[in-house]
Write a protein that binds this ligand. Structure first.
Ligand SMILES: Cc1cc2nc3c(=O)[nH]c(=O)nc-3n(C[C@H](O)[C@H](O)[C@H](O)COP(=O)(O)O)c2cc1C
Length: 241
């Protein structure tokens, strides 16, 4: 890509250049729930670790909650401007150069870069798609190409998800089935591995939703775990003091 005659690396090439930069890499993602607005709080809390670098993936729907519609709803641009955030990616960033033979591929490079992937909030839609192996956007591509054995990248990083949905969605039998796959078939247990590496047989960890009055005014289980508790889990899994 070239702007005003200057050569600008593609998003994928820019991720590639940071894979071995010696920092701890948190790949933070959000899917389509209002809890997406907690991203800046989580990012700000992680800023106290000077060796942590953050990249963010937003689904199309998550980005809709980040348009500055209310004082507590930031913009996508303001996320990108936070210290330690090295990139905010959406589906179109996959295609800046990817159609070109031999070009770098963003979802593969994000996987290589990440020491942990945290999807908070995880929507019912993205939960269902990931369990069934669907990969029709940047976030799902990244989950689908995860190195679940550690044989590709020489590290087996953990994926942590924090579901957030209406109580009726959470209580639906489909949800229980899908969560069972994440916890029982793909589950990593709760032991911290080195730099987020999965310690148990699997690579997935589910941070269960909590009960409160939801944005839709229903009261019940389904709200995303408190953002500060999610940050504590990230810190623990990455061995950050
Ligand atoms: C205002 C609004 C709030 C929503 N909140 C949630 C939510 O908290 N959790 C959820 O699973 N879906 C929620 N949805 C529905 C999702 O946004 C929808 O299923 C979408 O397709 C999710 O796409 P994604 O998983 O690709 O981000 C909401 C929709 C709207 C319009």
């Amino acid at each position: 890509m070239s702007q005003a005659g200057l050569s600008v690396p593609s998003p994928a090439a820019s991720v590639a250049s940071a894979i071995n930069d010696g920092h701890i890499h948190v790949l933070l993602a959000a899917s389509g729930s209002i809890a997406t607005i907690k991203l800046p709080l989580m990012i700000s809390a992680l800023q106290r670790h000077s060796n942590v670098r953050i990249r963010v993936i937003l689904t199309k729907t998550a980005a809709k909650f980040l348009a500055g519609q209310s004082p507590e709803q930031p913009t996508v641009e303001s996320l990108a401007a936070l210290p330690n955030v090295e990139g905010v990616y959406q589906d179109e960033d996959e295609w800046v150069e990817s159609g070109v033979r031999g070009a770098q591929i963003l979802h593969i490079n994000l996987r290589r870069w990440a020491h942990i992937l945290v999807i908070a909030p995880l929507s019912a839609n993205t939960l269902a798609k990931m369990v069934h192996g669907m990969s029709d956007n940047l976030l799902l591509d990244t989950v689908r190409c995860w190195d679940t054995t550690g044989q590709i990248d020489g590290k087996r990083a953990r994926i942590i998800v924090a579901p957030s949905m209406n109580t009726a969605m959470w209580l639906h039998p489909l949800t229980a089935q899908q969560i069972r796959v994440l916890e029982e078939d793909w589950g990593a247990g709760n032991d911290a591995g080195e730099q987020g590496g999965a310690a148990g047989p699997g690579w997935f960890e589910v941070l269960k939703p909590i009960e409160k009055r939801l944005a839709c005014n229903d009261v019940g289980v389904g709200a995303m775990m408190e953002w500060s508790e999610i940050v504590k889990v990230i810190e623990k899994r990455l061995g950050l003091s």
